[in-house]
Ligand binder design. Structure first.
Ligand code: F0G
Length: 323
């Protein structure tokens, strides 16, 4: 069951909205006791990288694309560091719409580009930053027949809030803290909306890269967060806290998650890194939202500087290397 079918009554969908699903949502919640013990809390991770295109974007994209079809759109357009593009490409392909995706040249992980190309999207490498690509994309979306599917599209936020309802079901209660990355802030706003609708008092802790325009976590290489004002309002209301992280804190959290068997992409580790920096009330129930799969950005592993070892195919040679 996809997000639209599972959460119909909490989404802006009706009889005219097409049934659209690639099987998004229903992602696992997994306990990470070693990382939890280090923090002195009960810690779980929600594996949003197990959505159909490998990131949390699918929850919102299925709603945005279904609504675009309902509105009679010809094409969907987005600017992206890669995951939004891959998701838009897949859902547009399924729905029979064209997808036009604008990505900052040289700054998108290979696997994410591959997903967009394979799905038949029109992929344009913009000679500029993500922020410049987004501005160009907003202008393109003014054209007739084009619908913007960045998280400025409110249907994206509606779909993404379903992660909260699912999480509360899985835990049987509201967690004390939910930690997640802060790139443009769309997902943070979606979680805040979901928590408000569920009446849950959970604190949101969001990790952003200090080096926003250059961070190695390329998914969140965003200098000007599109949802900054809403995020500031959440902070002022005491519903969210922002933690600014150095790249080495991000990298450590990412590698430590992998060493507990959970391989996410670097940006996805921002929630854990933020909890470590901020600290959490002992004994709390905390959840980190792991937004994208580790295979999305396999090249990031080069940073761990583990050299390949070539060995002769014999027991002696292998034992010698392992000694
Ligand atoms: N994590 C991953 C894996 C992402 O791809 C993104 C954003 C974020 C976190 C941040 O989410 O922007 O809602 O605060 N990726 C966008 C993209 C920018 O184009 O795929 P946010």
């Amino acid at each position: 069951m996809g997000v639209i079918e599972a959460h119909r009554e909490r989404l802006p969908v009706g009889a005219e909205t097409p049934e659209l699903s690639l099987g998004e949502g229903g992602t696992p919640l997994v306990a990470v006791p070693n990382l939890g013990d280090q923090l002195g809390v009960e810690l779980h991770v929600k594996l949003e990288g197990l959505n159909p295109t490998g990131s949390f974007k699918d929850r919102g994209m299925v709603v945005a694309v279904a609504k675009a079809v309902e509105a009679g759109a010809r094409a969907v357009v987005c600017a992206s560091t890669g995951n939004t593009a891959a998701s838009a490409a897949a859902y547009a392909a399924r729905a029979g719409l064209q997808a036009v995706v604008l990505t900052p040249v040289g700054a998108v992980a290979t696997a994410k580009r591959a997903q967009s190309v394979a799905a038949g999207a029109r992929l344009l490498d913009v000679a500029g930053s993500f922020d410049e690509a987004l501005r160009a994309c907003r202008a393109l979306a003014e054209q007739d027949g084009f619908v913007l599917v960045n998280s400025l599209n409110p249907h994206r936020v509606e779909g993404q809030k379903t992660a909260v309802f699912e999480l509360l079901d899985q835990l049987g209660r509201a967690p004390d803290v939910i930690a997640l990355p802060y790139g443009g802030g769309g997902n943070l706003c979606a979680f805040a909306k979901g928590l408000a609708e569920a009446g849950a008092p959970t604190l949101l802790v969001a990790g952003e890269a200090a080096a926003r325009p250059t961070t190695f976590a390329s998914a969140i290489r965003i200098a000007e967060p599109a949802h900054e004002q809403e995020v500031q309002a959440l902070v002022a209301a005491g519903r969210a806290e922002i933690v600014t992280l150095a790249d080495d804190e991000l990298q450590r959290a990412w590698a430590d998650l992998a060493r507990e068997g959970v391989f996410c992409e670097p940006a996805s580790a921002a929630g854990l890194a933020a909890l470590r920096r901020r600290g959490v009330e002992p004994g709390s129930l905390a959840v980190c939202i792991l937004t994208g799969h580790g295979l999305k950005d396999a090249a990031a592993v080069d940073r761990l500087q583990v050299e390949p070892t070539v060995v002769e195919p014999s027991l002696e040679a292998i034992l010698e290397v392992l000694a």
